[in-house]
Write a protein that binds this ligand. Structure first.
Ligand code: NAI
Length: 271
């Protein structure tokens, strides 16, 4: 169902890799709501070719950019300005940890890998905003979003250095969000339920994360499509004064001490 919430709005969506990607669903929903945008991903991810199908479906251009490269980002934003003039929204849906990928335990952290993952998963958000800031290419009442996970606030075994990267990412949203306020642009992070995607499934024990979160969330886990719908509201004019927030989108997980479902499980086990 479409409400025309993003009619006339222009943006850049980072991080759609395949149909499971949260950014893929966001792009589909933004298109349905009337937005136009450029799709961007790391050149290596684009070589897989799946993004072209999404570009065709949504009538979008695809422009590769390594989000850790200021040079790539400058070219991307120049292309966006050439196509659209100023833009209204940006989605940062990017994450990667080399320590997670290579199964390096947190207590044995490889610091070179940490730096790479931190740059990709957290600092890239600063770089994206910095390039947009220097080019002064956001319209007033624009909206900038990044995706995050509750491991920034609470420990989850094997989420590894991504926990620290997400804490840093959320801090960048608050800190840069202060300056963006001068230009009437809002900056937020959406803290999403575990979601079966390429990045999500790469975390050891992901099935356990997913099932536990489902049982601990009164509304159940939020899907990628649910997340996309929430992002649409945050890009729309209905949320103009929401900024510098970490917004939990998790079916109630973040406020639950324990749920009846989990109590019953342990009660049965301990009878
Ligand atoms: P995904 O694997 O579909 O997306 C991650 C994207 O990051 C990919 O498109 C990848 O190509 C891109 N990327 C990696 N390095 C890059 C670079 N140097 N430059 C530009 N792009 C780069 O997985 P998903 O789950 O859709 O991830 C999107 C965001 O959502 C990430 O920030 C992730 O941490 C976050 N998130 C995911 C959850 C999950 O359980 N899947 C839960 C909460 C947050």
């Amino acid at each position: 169902m479409s409400y025309g919430l993003l009619k006339g709005k222009k943006g850049i969506i980072f991080g759609a890799l395949n149909e499971q990607s949260i950014a893929w669903k966001v792009a589909e929903r933004c298109h349905e709501e009337g937005a136009e945008f450029i799709l961007s991903n790391a050149p290596i991810a684009m070589r897989m070719g799946e993004l072209n199908a999404l570009a065709e479906k949504t009538g979008s251009d695809v422009i590769g950019a390594d989000a850790t490269s200021i040079e790539d980002l400058e070219k991307l934003f120049d292309a966006a300005v050439a196509k659209f003039g100023k833009i209204d929204f940006i989605l940062h849906s990017i994450g990667m940890s080399v320590n997670v990928r290579k199964g390096k335990h947190y207590t044995e952290m490889n610091y070179d890998w940490l730096e790479k993952g931190w740059d990709v998963s957290a600092v890239s958000f600063h770089k994206v905003m910095r390039v947009a800031w220097e080019k002064d290419c956001m319209n007033e009442w624009g909206s900038i979003l990044a995706l995050t996970y509750i491991a920034a606030q609470r420990t989850f075994p094997d989420y590894n250095d991504m926990s620290d990267n997400k804490a840093y990412l959320e801090s960048i949203a608050r800190t840069f969000g202060n300056y963006w306020g001068e230009r009437k642009v809002r900056v937020n992070t959406v803290s999403q339920s575990p979601t079966p995607t390429t990045a999500g499934s790469g975390v050891k024990g992901f099935g356990g994360f997913l099932g536990y979160a489902e049982d601990m969330s009164p509304l159940g886990n939020a899907t990628a499509l649910d997340c996309a719908n929430y992002c649409v509201t945050l890009f729309s004019d209905l949320t103009k004064k929401v900024t510098m927030q970490n917004l939990f989108h998790d079916g109630g997980f973040s406020s639950s001490g324990v749920t009846q479902k989990v109590i019953n499980k342990y009660d049965d086990e301990n009878k």
